[in-house]
Design a protein around this ligand. Structure first.
Ligand SMILES: Nc1ncnc2c1ncn2[C@@H]1O[C@H](COP(=O)(O)OP(=O)(O)OP(=O)(O)O)[C@@H](O)[C@H]1O
Length: 743
């Protein structure tokens, strides 16, 4: 967050001493002799060695902890040329078997040619006493490897790309990285770097790759598919893919058609045809949908014997809770006990949780190991509060393997989970890859109960599993429809059902838990601040920070989450000399002592402590907490999320955002005592039913819509189900059909 607007300064000198180096990220700190003094240089510049000549570009800054240092944005390095530099370089232990004494002997023997000898004719090193042919080969190999990384860093630097990217590329592509990238710069769009296509296009243009070249076209097609996976599609119809790619790449459709055929032939992409439409998949997403379909299809076709005492067991539960189950609830309970897989779906207040509780009790009488889980930390917490059973996130159930860098799970098909039953709530939020992983780790006989509301927004990741399962009609399903009397009293519940049925929500009166207040633009912004800071705490006793949540359809605009966060932070947690803070430069986000914050991406590595309980790792997208400490010196922030205490270091602060106002998308799976949804200035593309429905159903005790009623009307009317391309429904039907009956 420091000032980088000033022109870059240049620093030239010779590396005197390495202080710190992180081989994974390419971050290095070292002392450089610039003639009359030594200056500490830090930055993502890759590996450096004593004696190297460097030219760095960056800024001289005053680090609060380490004092004056040069923060390098980029750095060119040359191996030492003269014998003094060479001696310093070789004496530093940079190469195996060469210490200061051997370095002296080698330089004496080969002078300024020493590095050429090491690289080209290492056998000549055997002229030095003590260097065997094996040692000479090891020295030469190590030198070439290091030099290779450096060359890759230099190649990346000429296109303005970081050393961190270079180190990652070198690790993926090996000693021939530059050769491979010169031949096909579009490799940079794929794993592991996934750079933006337009940026790679510029590099390709500099390397004289033509617009219509096969390399560019095939990379463009894969890129379009991957981009669409980011928007939730597991595949695209062939025609749509061709059309989108042609527009994106500005080349003829014939070129694209040929490119696609090549990718299909090589297996880099895979086709499936259903209802006369050819769908094109990235292989990993196809195998995710196929695996899910195969498993659920198989489980669906093998019902089990229900326990003989089932009816009397259900009756016993009814006596304990004091009311009978409704017919559909009974059907769901029976289904859970007589099938290996099922879906339980329904809107708010239709008795899903009551039914899950019954299923849980009966399963616990039957089986030893029943797991309850949900896709997010907040959803798991809510589930465990409602059922009084331990519930965990799917990630925690599968246990993330932290050692590999990529997200892998400790429980998988080779190391199965030891559960007899898995009950999975908030199914609408689960994406195909995560569900594939969960099913793969489930034992063969494990029952799978999926619970969710298909009218909620679909998952952030690719797929629309719940919607697809329901439309396939293969998996045994109960759809609860009755709104129970208890829930009927709530206008939140009534209005949620109205919205789903395309009816307008009713404005409430003073006794109700749902209101619509007409205000637009800045007046709406001001109204929200007043409601949160004064009116609702006064009228209902809500804590403005912990109980009230503003949920925005959009990020941008006067009543978007960014602007509202700024205003609410100012009102609820204003600056004060007693409240240290970070950020704020040039309008960047501020993190201040006492702020409510949200974790905005999954971090599987971050550790937390708990007083009186075991420490652990992981903070997940959507987790919320309060800043309890800000250390300006080390630029670190301490956050309490329930009983978990996290310390975010300077480089992890990007994972946190103020959370007085969050988007409805980020609030999926969570509930709050009171919510306010600004329905003013909502961009047209975000005016749709499921978004409003998901927002409204997050409220437990109070829901206020502030904005204009005609935007509410538009949102209710617009049923543009976030159309998601997926073939799970077809694959499920196929999997549940005996082979002989398939077409
Ligand atoms: N068979 C029943 N008879 C009477 N009341 C019931 C019955 N089943 C559930 N209820 C009541 O209806 C209300 C809503 O039930 P429940 O919490 O199970 O619904 P839900 O679908 O999980 O709702 P939400 O999704 O909003 O959490 C609760 O007060 C519950 O006690």
């Amino acid at each position: 967050m420091e000032d980088t607007a000033q022109p870059l300064q240049k620093l030239e000198g010779v590396v005197e001493h390495r202080i710190y180096e992180n081989a994974d990220t390419g971050y290095a700190v070292f002392e450089v002799n610039v003639g009359d003094q030594d200056i500490v240089v830090a930055g993502n510049v890759g590996s450096v060695d004593n004696g190297m000549q460097i030219t760095a570009y960056g800024h001289l800054i005053n680090h609060p902890h380490y004092g004056q240092q040069f923060r390098a944005e980029s750095c060119e390095m040359r191996l030492p040329q003269d014998t003094t530099g060479l001696l310093s370089y070789l004496s530093s232990g940079v190469l195996p078997y060469i210490g200061p004494a051997t370095a002296k002997k080698i330089i004496k023997a080969f002078g300024e040619d020493v590095l050429t000898v090491i690289s080209e004719t290492p056998q000549r090193l055997c002229e030095i006493k003590g260097i065997t042919p094996e040692k000479a080969a090891a020295i030469s190999n190590e030198f070439r490897r290091m030099y290779g990384v450096r060359e890759v860093i230099a190649w990346f630097a000429q296109f303005g790309l970081s050393s961190q990217n270079a180190v990652t590329a070198y690790r993926a592509f090996g000693p021939h990285t530059i050769e491979a990238l010169n031949q096909n710069p579009y490799l940079l769009c794929g794993e592991p770097l996934q750079l933006k296509f337009s940026d790679v296009d510029k590099i390709a243009a500099a390397l004289h790759v033509e617009l219509g070249s096969r390399l560019r076209v095939t990379a463009g097609i894969v890129y379009v598919l991957r981009h669409n996976a980011g928007n939730g599609h597991t595949c695209l119809p062939r025609a749509k893919l061709l059309e989108t790619t042609a527009k994106f790449l500005l080349v003829t459709s014939l070129d694209i058609e040929n490119g696609l055929d090549e990718l299909l032939q090589s297996g880099e992409l895979q086709p499936r045809t259903f209802d006369d439409t050819e769908y094109i998949f990235l292989p990993d997403l196809l195998s995710a949908e196929e695996d899910i379909a195969a498993r659920l299809g198989e489980l669906s076709t093998f019902p089990t014997e229900p326990p003989k005492t089932l009816e009397s067991d259900i009756h016993a539960l009814e006596i304990v809770q004091g009311f009978p189950y409704a017919p559909l609830q009974r059907e769901a309970i029976r289904m859970a006990l007589s099938n290996r897989v099922m879906v339980l779906t329904g809107g708010p207040g239709t008795g899903k949780t009551t039914t899950v509780n019954a299923i849980l009790s009966l399963y616990e009488g039957e089986y030893d190991r029943v797991a309850l889980c949900a896709p997010t930390g907040r959803a798991a917490k809510r589930l465990s509060e409602l059922t009084h059973h331990t519930a965990s996130t799917i990630h925690r159930l599968l246990e993330v393997d932290y050692t590999t860098g990529a997200v892998r799970f400790i429980h998988n098909e080779k190391n199965l989970l030891k559960y007899d039953v898995i009950i999975l709530d908030e199914m609408s939020m689960v994406d195909v890859k995560l569900f594939q992983s969960l099913l793969a780790a489930a034992r063969y006989h494990c029952r799978i109960i999926m619970v969710g509301d298909a009218d909620q927004l679909p998952s952030v990741g690719p797929g629309n599993i719940l919607g697809e399962i329901l439309s396939a009609g293969v998996v045994p399903t109960v759809r609860l429809t009755e709104i129970f009397r208890q829930a009927q009293k709530s206008l939140i519940v009534q209005n949620a059902h109205r919205i789903v049925q395309g009816e307008q929500p009713q404005k409430g009166t003073a006794q109700d838990d749902f209101f619509i207040m007409e205000k637009n633009g800045l007046a709406c912004q001001k109204l929200i601040c007043d409601l949160v800071s004064e009116r609702l705490p006064r009228a209902y006793g809500f804590d403005p920070i912990r109980d009230i949540q503003v949920l925005c359809p959009a990020k941008k605009g006067t009543t978007g989450s960014v602007e509202l966060n700024r205003c609410l932070q100012e009102v609820l947690n204003p600056p004060s000399p007693r409240k240290p803070q970070l950020g704020g430069e040039k309008g960047s986000k501020i993190l201040r002592l006492g702020d409510k914050v949200m974790q905005i991406k999954n971090d599987y590595d971050i550790t937390f402590e708990r007083s009186g309980a075991e420490a652990g790792v992981g903070a997940y997208n959507g987790d919320m907490g309060i800043i309890t400490e800000v250390d300006v010196e080390s630029r670190s922030v301490t956050v309490m999320m329930d009983d978990r205490k996290y310390v975010y270091s300077a480089d992890q602060l990007g994972e946190l955002e103020p959370a007085y106002a969050v988007t409805i998308h980020k609030s999926q799976g969570s509930e709050f005592p009171a919510i306010i949804v600004p329905v003013a200035d909502v961009p047209p593309r975000l005016r749709y039913r499921n978004l409003l429905y998901t927002g409204v159903t997050r409220a437990r005790k109070l829901c206020i819509l502030t904005g204009s009623h005609w935007i509410v009307e538009q949102m209710v009317r617009n049923v543009r189900q976030n159309l998601r391309y997926s073939c799970l429904r077809y694959l499920l039907k196929e999997a549940a059909t005996p082979p002989a009956e398939r077409r």
